[in-house]
Design a protein around this ligand. Structure first.
Ligand SMILES: [Zn+2]
Length: 188
C-alpha cells in the first residue's frame, strides 16, 4: 500500500477540521454522534451556502469569482446541485476530494439514501441515489462571476443556475487515465 495523497492545506482552509490529513468541507454531513461523513451533505448548510453565496469548502462568503465542480451531465444543463467554492478552495478540493480527484472509480454500490434520510443528510448531490453503483462521471471545474440560486424542478432541491455570460473558464479535472489499482485508497 502506498501512502494516501494528502495535499498541502491552503491558508484559507487552515482553520477547518481535518480527518486523515484531509480538510473536512463545511457542508459535510455528520452522524448524530458528531462523526463526519465524507460524501454526505448537511442539507441545511448546503442550502444556506447556495442562498447566502458561501463557499461549500470553507463556509466563508464567495468573492467576485467563484468555481463550481460540475459533472458532465450538470454542465450540459448549467446547473450545479452543490454550492460554489473560492478558486483556492476548489483547487484544493480537486486534489484532495476522492471523488473529484478520480481516486474513486465508482460510486458506492450500496445506497446511502435510506441510511442518511434519518440523519437529515443526503447522498452527495444525488438525493435519489440514482448514481449508486454507476460509473463515476468526469468532473469539470467552471469559473464564473456569479450564479442564481433556484429550486431545480427536476429534483425539487435548491441548486445554482449558471448563466452562459457568467462563465469565464471550463477545465476538466485531471484524473489518472489508467489508475493503478494498487494505489487506490478508500477514505473510509
Ligand atoms: Zn472557500
Amino acid at each position: 500500500m502506498t501512502t494516501p495523497n494528502t495535499p498541502d492545506i491552503p491558508l484559507q482552509l487552515a482553520g477547518r477540521p481535518t480527518v486523515g490529513g484531509l480538510v473536512v468541507p463545511w457542508i459535510t454531513g455528520r452522524t448524530p454522534d458528531g462523526r463526519y461523513r465524507f460524501g454526505a451533505v448537511d442539507l441545511h448548510r448546503q442550502n444556506r451556502a447556495l442562498t447566502d453565496r458561501l463557499c461549500q469548502t470553507c463556509g466563508v462568503q464567495l468573492g467576485a469569482r467563484m468555481v463550481f465542480a460540475l459533472r458532465d451531465s450538470d454542465l450540459r444543463l448549467l446547473v450545479s446541485p452543490e454550492p460554489g467554492m473560492h478558486p483556492v478552495c476548489a483547487a484544493y478540493s480537486a486534489t484532495a476530494c476522492p471523488m473529484l480527484a478520480g481516486r474513486m472509480s465508482h460510486y458506492r454500490s450500496t445506497s446511502l439514501a435510506g441510511q442518511l434520510a434519518d440523519l437529515g443528510v443526503l447522498a452527495h448531490g444525488d438525493p435519489a441515489s440514482l448514481r449508486a453503483g454507476a460509473l463515476a462521471e468526469p468532473w469539470q471545474l467552471v469559473w464564473v462571476t456569479g450564479y442564481r440560486p433556484f429550486t431545480n424542478p427536476l429534483t425539487a432541491q435548491l441548486a445554482a443556475l449558471l448563466l452562459p455570460e457568467q462563465i469565464l473558464r471550463v477545465r476538466p479535472i485531471d484524473t489518472p487515465s489508467n489508475p493503478n489499482p494498487g494505489t487506490e485508497t478508500n477514505p473510509e
